[in-house]
Design a binder for this molecule. Structure first.
Ligand code: CA
Length: 220
């Protein structure tokens, strides 16, 4: 179970947020101030920090900076009420992994948190499922010992699905993970890439379309 800390002073935002993330099976803690957040972070058990930029005491950027001093690999999703580019750059400079501008939908936020957990939770080691081997560090993949020539997106897509073999991975999650984190709109490009990937993987088929959901890499 992943441990999340939601840092947000506005209860109208934090309460539904904490509930939604807890429903996803995460252990969720909440802090309303930057000082409280830093105190709760001190035990080093938080996996993902969901951090509001505008806090009543210490600015979110500063909280992020201080949290990262002790734990450079802590994953941070910054929430901002202002959408100007400067704020985004500031958030990234402070070491945020991702950011969302309010208002955002809870499902988008959940998908971003899942993406962050995968990014950091995975050790980047090799995986082999159903005759398909993926080496994320080398960015190489094989099917039954034959190396696959994949484009960068095809590789990312395959690595994501193999990493979650047996699970139906939702389309919006694939789009936000493999394509643009600020992606909105058509997923036609995803279907195109899945088609190419299927052709390169050959038979027997291992990528299943889960209607109305997304795609599943078959693990057996
Ligand atoms: Ca705030």
């Amino acid at each position: 179970m992943a441990r999340l800390l939601v840092v947000e002073d506005d209860a109208a935002i934090s309460e539904p947020l904490v509930r939604a993330l807890a429903r996803e099976g995460h252990e969720v803690d909440h802090a309303a101030t930057g000082a409280d957040a830093l105190e709760r972070l001190a035990d080093g058990r938080v996996d993902v920090l969901v951090l509001d930029l505008g806090l009543p005491d210490i600015d979110g950027v500063e909280v992020c900076r201080r949290a990262r001093e002790d734990r450079p690999r802590l994953r941070v999703l910054m929430l901002t009420a202002r959408s100007s580019e400067l704020d985004e750059v500031l958030g990234l400079d402070a070491g945020a992994d991702d950011y969302l501008t309010k208002p955002f939908s809870l499902s988008v936020l959940s998908a971003r948190v899942r993406a962050l957990l995968r990014r950091g939770g995975d050790d980047g080691g090799e995986r082999q499922v159903a005759g398909v081997r993926v080496d994320p560090a080398a960015r190489r993949a094989w099917r039954d010992g034959r190396e696959l020539e994949l484009s960068p997106k095809e590789f990312d897509l395959l690595a994501l699905l193999v990493g979650r073999a047996g699970e139906a991975v939702p389309r919006d999650e694939i789009m936000t993970t493999v394509w643009d984190e600020n992606w909105w709109g058509s997923t036609k490009t995803l279907d195109t890439h899945v088609g190419w990937l299927r052709r390169k993987l050959g038979d027997p088929p291992v990528l299943t379309t889960v209607r109305g959901v997304g795609f599943r890499f078959e693990d057996g």
